[in-house]
Design a protein around this ligand. Sequence first.
Ligand SMILES: *[C@@H]1O[C@H](CO)[C@@H](O)[C@H](O)[C@H]1NC(C)=O
Ligand SMILES: *[C@@H]1O[C@H](CO)[C@@H](O)[C@H](O)[C@H]1NC(C)=O
Ligand SMILES: *[C@@H]1O[C@H](CO)[C@@H](O)[C@H](O)[C@H]1NC(C)=O
Ligand SMILES: *[C@@H]1O[C@H](CO)[C@@H](O)[C@H](O)[C@H]1NC(C)=O
Ligand SMILES: [Zn+2]
Length: 487
Amino acid sequence: MPAMLLAFCVCLLLASPSLGVPLGEPHKRVRNKLLLVSFDGFRWDYDRDVDTPNLDIMAQDGVRATYVTPPFITITSPAHFTLLTGRYIENHGVIHNMWFNTTTQEKKQYYMTQFVDEWWDNGSLPIWITAQRQGLKAGSLHFPGTASLYQGEKVQVGEMEPIFYNHSNETAWHEKVDKVMGSWFSEQDLDFVSLYFGEPDSTGHKYGPDSPQRREMVKQVDRTVGYIRQAAQKHGLTDRLNIIITADHGMTTVLRNGLVKEIIISKIPGFSFKDIKFQLLDYGPIGMLLPKEGMLEKVYNALKGAHPNLHVYKKEDMPSYLHYSNHPRILPIVLFADPGFVINGLFPVQFNKGEHGFDNQAMDMKPFFRAVGPDFHRNLVVGPFETVHVYPLMCHLLGITPEVNDGSVDATRHLLASFKDSSPAERSEQGAVSRALIGLGAVAGFLALVFVVAVSHSTYKRRRGNRSCEGGVDTEEKDGISTQTSF
Ligand SMILES: *[C@@H]1O[C@H](CO)[C@@H](O)[C@H](O)[C@H]1NC(C)=O
Ligand SMILES: *[C@@H]1O[C@H](CO)[C@@H](O)[C@H](O)[C@H]1NC(C)=O
Ligand SMILES: *[C@@H]1O[C@H](CO)[C@@H](O)[C@H](O)[C@H]1NC(C)=O
Ligand SMILES: *[C@@H]1O[C@H](CO)[C@@H](O)[C@H](O)[C@H]1NC(C)=O
Ligand SMILES: [Zn+2]
């Protein structure tokens, strides 16, 4: 009876999971949600002179790195964009907190630069856009880069703080956490959120990293870490939310009051601002100069070696480990000072007690790194790694294929509780192969079915009462699938 045989086969086809799924669809492993939190300027060792019970519990429940190494220059927008893209600053192009135009002399400060799309959208896509393009939902609250369009796309759910926002208000911090956990992760079912807090950076700048005020602010951060984890629990997210908490850079004490000889560029013999077309000075320990036509050697020779704590480089001669050379926005002469020093232009106008921006090898520039969640080991302390590696780790956790980047998931695979394959890029190749195999398996399975059915046709005829679709063949197919989906 051909009609009956056909009906039986269709019945089996529908019951079999591999044959029911369209072959082109990438099969999914369990995907947990991910929260990336940045506490601006939280130095790696800020928990050493303060009681931090919540950070301690988080370390027991998860992973703690001794410290991480940020990109150079160690300032906010560039370093955050490295977290979001996995690229060194010379490769993502957000080379400074400030936007500038060397022709018009125009400069935009940190906040206004957030709204200059061309500044941020310089060839590297932040993880929000990549996640969205691969079918996930992303959000960002106050994280640097949130306001910008990237190749015409924006983070789906994004909020930038208003200008002159008070970044220190603990009540407002709790409201931010409630919004992310309650509204964004729970109600709107976002897969990835980046969340930014402007402390302890502000307090570190104002009072210095060794001040009691900084220690108080670290307690506030610690309470907020506890609040974040409580909120996750309250919304039933704990078992399906990974949380990474880190920062963009550290902080060091500025040396002053006659203790040291200050760096004042205008006072350097042989240097004249008349030779300079455009300058970015008076911005902590880093500076950049565009000399006028034909004046490069003169300016360089005047500055080089002029102060024992001032490093002067032609752009192309920048030490390669700093990865701050190969971008058209970097000006021809780059200056940076030793820890403790800031670079002044005409005269000293900088009065912060704490600063950052220094060489990323300086221990005071290293941020902290903590992670907790279903995909991370428990109670594990790991050695340092560079923050370019956070992006490929996040892509792995989200199960998305990363863009070209300067990091590697190899640098953090030991943080993960069960790392079953290599890189997401490799996984997508393997995915293609396995989908092909499933396709072949389906055809083979179908032929086998026809054979089995044909052979048992007479038996079947005799036992008409049993019309169940379920059978041993089905189980075999399921086993095949579970092997394929286990990576
Ligand atoms: C700088 O301003 C000049 C003159 O208005 C303009 O031609 C140039 O495109 C601007 N450059 C940038 C990077 O905005
Ligand atoms: C990045 O910006 C530089 C200068 O501002 C520009 O020359 C370059 O074309 C930009 N690259 C991309 C990919 O947007
Ligand atoms: C910011 O808010 C906190 C209280 O949450 C307050 O103590 C502090 O003075 C405020 N800072 C500024 C600059 O207004
Ligand atoms: C702190 O934030 C809360 C909630 O947003 C607000 O009601 C309060 O006025 C703020 N306090 C200060 C000092 O800005
Ligand atoms: Zn910062």
